[in-house]
Design a protein around this ligand. Structure first.
Ligand code: HOZ
Length: 429
């Protein structure tokens, strides 16, 4: 497979863009080689600048749940575009998407739109601090909540991949307000609460870890967080930027039946356009300006194109059996990959929640950052390259999630399992 044009573009990009990419996770450094430059996508497929075709399991890191360029989304956004891209004034579209979100997500009574997941988590934490009059934040090692200062502590995703879970540039004075617990370990949360009584504003968690690979919450973990927060007057924030409308229409909180005080959203609710949102209990949300004094703002918040893409995507998700069918496809894929690895004698832990998947290169169970970090990342790199050469586009890091979309056909899934079997055979040869 030729990558000449992508290589040339990367060389040019590196002259004018730091590291040649606009988000670190796009670089291929952890797996070797240069990033591919994408020209277009359609359904389950992406096409790069050299004309190579790939079955795409990155799905723009989650948003493309109905597949790329779904005709209904394209048509709706094109029509919205003709009416104007941005007004800096309210539109009916914002009300419509907000109503859909309030209806869908159990904990959300009111919601505010922003332009990215980072803005959503940053703003939710500010609200939690205002609501409690406390400063400290509890997060979990390996969870990633965007790149706001107080959240780049023991962070997952690119921060973990590139070995900077605690980013330079974050003042120690900010970082000292962030306390780190272990995912799936309630005792570690209780210990922090005991040591910091009356100081903790919020616990923020990805209810399904998606930025250290895919890590399920153990039974009782989310319920336990809810109980600790209730006991101590702490605001519980579910970061559902990745899981919202992904693992169920109402997100992980619907799937597990645990209700946070605040929820952050992004990715799918923008249908592939830049969107984030945060919402929750009315009493907390009403602290936001101009209803209250907590300031938060954005020129492109509630952008009409993004609202339109989100609304149309959510309408497609409401179709009968959508999540059941997506779950069946995803199960076939995860089971097929696990079997292929076992047949080849390749140690693999195949994790899946709904259409979120991860092939961890380890023989043990992955339940937190320590077990995720013990995976054989070099083996993942070899697997990634072998898959890419066979036309399968995976995330260029062990510590990310693969996403299945409704556009992935049975044929795509069979082709992917076949490619994985060859990749595993190559690894163990
Ligand atoms: N949460 C995504 C990756 N884990 C974000 C994509 C990015 O950082 O560019």
């Amino acid at each position: 497979m030729k990558h000449d044009r992508s290589s040339l573009l990367f060389e040019k990009a590196s002259q004018v863009i730091p590291g040649g990419v606009n988000s670190p996770v796009r670089a291929f450094r952890p797996v070797g080689g240069n990033p591919l430059f994408i020209e277009r996508a359609d359904g389950s497929r992406m096409y790069d600048a050299d004309g190579n075709e790939f079955i795409d399991y990155v799905c723009s890191w989650g948003p493309m749940i109905v597949g790329h360029c779904h005709p209904r989304v394209v048509e709706a956004v094109s029509a919205a575009m003709a009416r104007g891209c941005s007004f800096g004034a309210p539109t009916e579209l914002e009300v419509e998407l907000a109503e859909m979100v309030v209806e869908a997500v159990p904990s959300i009574e009111t919601v505010r739109m922003v332009s990215s997941g980072t803005e959503a988590t940053m703003s939710a934490i500010r609200l939690a601090r205002a609501a409690t009059g406390r400063d400290a934040v509890v997060k979990f090692a390996g969870c990633y909540h965007g790149h706001a200062d107080s959240l780049l502590v023991k962070a997952g995703s690119g921060a973990a991949t590139f070995g900077v879970p605690d980013s330079p540039g974050v003042p120690a004075d900010f970082a000292r307000h962030t306390l780190v617990a272990e995912f799936n370990d309630l005792a570690s949360v209780q210990a922090l609460v005991d040591e910091n009584r009356g100081r903790i504003a919020c616990v923020i968690v990805e209810p399904i870890g998606g930025n250290m690979g895919t890590v399920s919450p153990l039974p009782g973990f989310l319920e336990g967080l809810r109980a600790v927060c209730d006991r101590e007057g702490i605001v519980l924030i579910f970061d559902e930027v990745m899981t919202g409308f992904r693992v169920a229409y109402g997100g992980a909180q619907e799937l597990y039946g645990v209700t946070p005080d605040l929820t952050t959203l992004g990715k799918i609710i923008g249908g592939g356009l830049p969107v984030g949102a945060f919402g929750g209990k009315r009493a907390i949300m009403e602290l936001l300006s101009p209803a209250g004094g907590v300031y938060q703002a954005g020129t492109l918040s509630g952008n009409p194109l993004a609202m339109t893409a989100g609304i149309e995507t959510l309408r497609i998700l409401q179709e009968d059996g959508f999540y059941r069918k997506l779950d069946q496809k995803s199960a076939r894929l995860a089971e097929g990959i696990a079997k292929a690895a076992a047949d080849a004698g390749c140690p693999l832990y195949s994790a899946r929640v709904g259409s979120m998947l991860c092939a961890f290169f380890t023989s043990g169970e992955v339940r937190d950052w320590t077990t995720a970090a013990s995976c054989d990342t070099a083996a993942y790199g070899r697997y990634f390259r072998a898959m890419l050469e066979q036309g399968i586009y995976l995330a260029p890091s062990q510590f990310e999630t693969a996403f299945v979309s409704m556009a992935h056909s049975d044929g795509d899934i069979e082709q992917t399992i076949g490619a994985a079997a060859k990749a595993f055979a190559g690894l163990t040869a």
